[in-house]
Design a binder for this molecule. Structure first.
Ligand SMILES: Nc1nc2c(ncn2[C@@H]2O[C@H](COP(=O)(O)OP(=O)(O)O)[C@@H](O)[C@H]2O)c(=O)[nH]1
Ligand SMILES: [Mg+2]
Length: 485
C-alpha cells in the first residue's frame, strides 16, 4: 500500500465532510479495529468520535521545560489557574475547559479522584505539578475567556527525544486541532525543538511556533528583525513547515515586539472556524489511526510468524521447502488410503493369519498335557479303584488346569508379544498416531480359558488309549484351528 499517496490525498483534499458523517464513518472503522483486538487505536477512534459529535476544539501547548506553557495558558484565560515555576518541575497533562467548576485527577495508583468545589488553587496546582503520582488533571472552570466546546491541553516539558515520544503519546495529541509549540527565547535552536516539530509535521498536525520570553532580547546586541529572520531560517532549513510563528512575552505586555495580541486574535478566529478545523483534523487523525493500525497488524503478524516458526522448528520441520514436499507426500498417501479404505484391515488380517499360523502354541510339553487332557475327556476315563468318581473328577480337573495354564503361557510368549508389535508396526505404516489406540494395543491379551479350549477341541480328533503316536498330532491340529473358529 502506498501510504504517501494517500497522505497527500488527505492533506490536499478539499473534501470537507460534515462532522456527523465523519463520526459515522469512524464508528465503522472503530468496529473493525475492535474486532482485530487493537485496543489503543480503538480507544483513539472512540475519542475522535466523541470529539466529532461534541465538536470539541482542542489546542495543546507543548515544548521545553520552563518555556512558559503554563504562563501562556493562564494569560489566554486571564486567570492564574495553572502553576508556573522558575525551577523546571516534572508535570503531567492538564486539560482545561470552560464550564461548571469541577476538577478530576487521574492518579497513577489510585485511579480517579474528584476535588470538591470550592477547592483551593494551591491544592489544584499541587496535583498539576505532581508528575510522579498524577497522570492527568481535568479542570472545568467558570470563565468567559474560553468559548464552550474549546479545550486547552497543558503538557509535560520535554528535553530529550525519548521524553518527546513519551509526552506525545501521553498527551492525547490525536485530539489536538492545533499545537502551540512553545520555546523559551534562549533555547529556540535546541535539537529537541526540531525533532518534536518534525514529528508533528509527520503526523500532519497544524503547528504554531511560539517564541516566548522575548523580553529577554537585547536590541543593542542584535536587532530584533535579524533575530526573527534567523529563527525563521533555521526552521526552514530543517524542512519544518509551520502554520504560524509568534514572538511573545507573557511578562512584558508592552514589549514592542510582542505578538501576544496577534496570537490572541488568530486564536479567536481559529475558534470561530472551529467546525472546519475539527473536520480537517479528525479526518487526518483517522488516517493516522489507520496507518498506526496497519503497523500494529504488521507487528502482530510478525509475532505470530515467529511463534509459528518456533513451533515448526520444534518439530524439526523449519525448512519451508522440505515442509511443502512432506505435505505433498502426506497428501498422496492420504489419497491412496482414501482410494482403498479396506487396505488397512486386509493387510492386518494377512499379517495376523501369518502370525497365528506360525505361533508355536503346542510345543512338545503342551502337547503332552493336551494328550492327558483329551484323555480325561474320554467317556471311559477313570482313576483308582476305591471311590473312582471323586478321584477321576479331581484328576480331570488337574489335567485341565495344567493344560490351560500351559496354553496361556504359550499364548503370551508366542502370540501376545508378537501381536502387539505387529499391530503397532501396522499403525506406523499407516501413519496412525493415535495414542489412545496405542494404549489399547499395549493392554491387549488373548483370553484363554477352559471354555475357549473346549470349543477348540475337535471331538473327532480325540484319541483312545494306545494310539500314542497320533495323539500329539491330533491335539495340536485341534488347536491350530483356533484362529478360524
Ligand atoms: N521573562 C519571562 N519569563 C517568563 C515568561 N513566561 C514565563 N516566564 C517564566 O518562566 C518560568 C517558567 O514558566 P512556566 O509557565 O512554568 O513554564 P512551563 O514549564 O513551560 O509551563 C516561570 O518562572 C515564569 O514566570 C516571559 O514571557 N518572560
Ligand atoms: Mg508548566
Amino acid at each position: 500500500m502506498d501510504i504517501s499517496a494517500y497522505k497527500n490525498n488527505v492533506l490536499h483534499s478539499k473534501l470537507i465532510l460534515p462532522l456527523e458523517e465523519l463520526a459515522n464513518r469512524l464508528t465503522a472503522i472503530k468496529a473493525e479495529l475492535e474486532r482485530a483486538g487493537d485496543v489503543e487505536n480503538t480507544k483513539k477512534c472512540a475519542e475522535l468520535i466523541d470529539k466529532a459529535r461534541k465538536e470539541t476544539y482542542v489546542f495543546a501547548c507543548c515544548g521545553h521545560f520552563s518555556a512558559g506553557k503554563s504562563s501562556m495558558i493562564n494569560e489566554l484565560i486571564g486567570e492564574d489557574i495553572l502553576p508556573s515555576n522558575p525551577i523546571p518541575t516534572s508535570a503531567n497533562v492538564v486539560k482545561i475547559r470552560a464550564g461548571e467548576p469541577y476538577v478530576e485527577v487521574l492518579m497513577k495508583d489510585k485511579g480517579l479522584v474528584s476535588l470538591a468545589y470550592p477547592y483551593s488553587k494551591r491544592e489544584l496546582q499541587s496535583y498539576c505539578k505532581d508528575g510522579d503520582q498524577v497522570k492527568l488533571v481535568e479542570i472545568s472552570h467558570p470563565t468567559n475567556q474560553l468559548p464552550p466546546g474549546v479545550m486547552i491541553y497543558d503538557t509535560p516539558g520535554i528535553d530529550s527525544t525519548v521524553e518527546a515520544h513519551r509526552v506525545a503519546a501521553e498527551s492525547s495529541l490525536h485530539m489536538a486541532d492545533l499545537v502551540l509549540y512553545m520555546m523559551d527565547y534562549n533555547h529556540v535552536e535546541s535539537r529537541i525543538n526540531f525533532t518534536f516539530t518534525r514529528m508533528l509535521n509527520k503526523r500532519m498536525k497544524r503547528v504554531w511556533l511560539i517564541i516566548n520570553q522575548v523580553d529577554k532580547h537585547r536590541a543593542e546586541e542584535l536587532p530584533f528583525d535579524s533575530y526573527r529572520g534567523k529563527i525563521k531560517c533555521s526552521f526552514q532549513e530543517q524542512g519544518i513547515e509551520v502554520d504560524g510563528m509568534f514572538f511573545t512575552s507573557v511578562m512584558d505586555h508592552s514589549h514592542p515586539h510582542n505578538d501576544l495580541s496577534a496570537l490572541k486574535s488568530r486564536l479567536s478566529r481559529e475558534i470561530r472556524e472551529k467546525s472546519h478545523h475539527i473536520s480537517q483534523s479528525v479526518k487526518k487523525e483517522t488516517f493516522t489511526v489507520i496507518v498506526d493500525h496497519i503497523h500494529w497488524r504488521d507487528e502482530w503478524n510478525r509475532r505470530i510468524r515467529e511463534q509459528l516458526q518456533a513451533t515448526l522448528s520444534s518439530t524439526g520441520a523449519s525448512d519451508s521447502k522440505k515442509l511443502k514436499a512432506r505435505i505433498g507426500e502426506l497428501r498422496s498417501e492420504l489419497g491412496a488410503l482414501r482410494a482403498d479404505p479396506q487396505r488397512f484391515e486386509r493387510e492386518f488380517e494377512e499379517k495376523l493369519d501369518n502370525l497365528l499360523r506360525n505361533a508355536n502354541l503346542m510345543p512338545y510339553q503342551t502337547r503332552e498335557l493336551a494328550r492327558e487332557y483329551l484323555e480325561s475327556l474320554q467317556i471311559g476315563f477313570r482313576v483308582g479303584r476305591l471311590f473312582p468318581g471323586r478321584r477321576t473328577r479331581e484328576e480331570a480337573a488337574r489335567r485341565r488346569e495344567r493344560f490351560v495354564e500351559s496354553v496361556k503361557a504359550n499364548a503370551v510368549t508366542y502370540i501376545d508379544i508378537h501381536l502387539k508389535k505387529m499391530f503397532l508396526a501396522h499403525l506406523d505404516i499407516f501413519k496412525i498416531r493415535d495414542e489412545r489406540l496405542r494404549q489399547t494395543i499395549y493392554h491387549l491379551s488373548v483370553a484363554i480359558d477352559e471354555l475357549f479350549l473346549k470349543r477348540l477341541v475337535n471331538r473327532g480328533a480325540l484319541i483312545s488309549r494306545g494310539h500314542g503316536g497320533a495323539t500329539d498330532k491330533a491335539a495340536s491340529s485341534s488347536f491350530h484351528t483356533a484362529r478360524s473358529s
